[in-house]
Design a protein around this ligand. Structure first.
Ligand SMILES: [Zn+2]
Length: 352
């Protein structure tokens, strides 16, 4: 199979020929149709996130099962699939309690601790594949369907994590980014008033199209002051921070109103300062939100299948152009999500 290989961090992709993977016991192999290209995996390529090399990155896949190993049930050749991002055990108390991102036995991530989707085929433990539900036309829109598992499901989960109610004011920090713009979309779907915060002014039109009622240019204004002005001094009900630097988290905390909720996602894990007095007097919450559960992925697929939300994929390139695409992702030039188109849709003959 053809694959885009990274031999070391911060090096260009190398298009290589590798043996087609064969499913062992408990495993399955899918032919990859498309794979999303976001900042999460660019962090691996750029060496900002530790990984074992050589590595094939990519996890937001749409594919079709071509090989199923012994002992696998519930998955058959020809099934349309995507993948769960975490290589979880499926049987610890956290997995069983529908808190899968907190699995204590996790083997890491697809495309980080095992090879991912930037190849014609991907082999994974069969339980990591998620069968695409009926009603999703993945053959017509493989790139869009593939990015749902992360770019759209993660913002969907935040709605519940932050208990966002209709009519509340939600500020999205990093709103122009791949996940941020989908958070704008999801918060609007939840009937919130949405304020998009970013330093990339060129993304504001897209934010408005995704549902932002107002925008705040963080490169020119004091964000906390701007958010207080826009809420007549009351502060926002929810601040969702996809940048999550100490600076953005502190601005978000200052802009929080009574019963406000601050959600951190992403970032480098910096320590930040927050007023305990405000937390107490205004009964505010500080929350972390980490990826999603399978149930949340299936629920998000339901929304997409019913046409209530639709992933924003603005750039689809062939596998051979992975390097160009990642340069654009690194420079923040992609609006919404980008994806690689890897295999045409004609099915490979079943493995003999
Ligand atoms: Zn587990």
């Amino acid at each position: 199979m053809k694959a885009m290989l990274l031999r070391a961090p911060n090096t260009p992709f190398e298009l290589v020929d590798l043996p087609d993977p064969v499913a062992g016991p408990g495993e399955a192999v899918a032919r990859v149709i498309t794979c999303g290209s976001g900042l999460t995996i660019q962090h691996i390529k750029a060496g900002r996130r530790q990984a074992e090399f050589p590595r094939i990155i990519g996890h937001e896949i749409t594919g079709e099962i071509v090989d199923v190993g012994p002992g696998v049930s519930g998955l058959a050749v020809g099934d349309g699939v995507t993948a769960y991002y975490y290589l979880n055990c499926g049987h610890c108390r956290w997995c069983l309690a529908n808190f899968e991102p907190l699995c204590v036995n996790t083997g890491g991530n697809v495309g980080l601790n095992c090879d991912g989707g930037y190849a014609e085929y991907i082999k994974l433990p069969a339980r990591i594949f998620i069968k695409l539900p009926a009603g999703l036309d993945y053959k017509a829109h493989p790139a869009e369907i593939g990015v749902v598992t992360d770019a759209l499901a993660t913002p969907y989960k935040v709605l519940r994590r932050a208990r966002i109610a209709p009519g509340e004011t939600v500020a999205v920090f990093g709103a122009g980014g791949g996940l941020g713009i989908h958070q704008v979309m999801m918060a609007k779907w939840a009937k919130a008033r949405v304020i998009a915060v970013d330093i990339a002014k060129d993304k504001f039109d897209a934010c408005r199209q995704a549902g932002a009622d107002e925008t705040v240019d963080a490169s020119s204004y004091d964000v906390a002051e701007a958010l207080l002005d826009l809420t007549h001094g009351e502060g926002v009900d929810v601040a969702i921070d996809y940048v999550s630097s100490a600076g953005t988290l502190e601005a978000a905390a200052l802009a929080l109103g009574r019963h406000g909720r601050l959600v951190t996602l992403g970032g480098a894990g910096q320590t930040f300062h927050v007023s305990a007095r405000n937390l107490l007097n205004k009964e505010q919450d500080i929350l972390g939100s980490r990826y999603v559960t399978r149930r949340e992925i299936l629920e998000t697929f339901g929304l997409v299948a019913r046409g209530e939300v639709w992933p924003l994929v603005t750039e689809i390139r062939p596998l051979a152009e992975a390097e160009i695409l990642h340069e654009r992702v690194e420079r923040g030039e992609v609006t919404g999500r980008a994806a690689l188109a890897i295999a045409p849709l004609a099915s490979r003959a079943a493995t003999p």
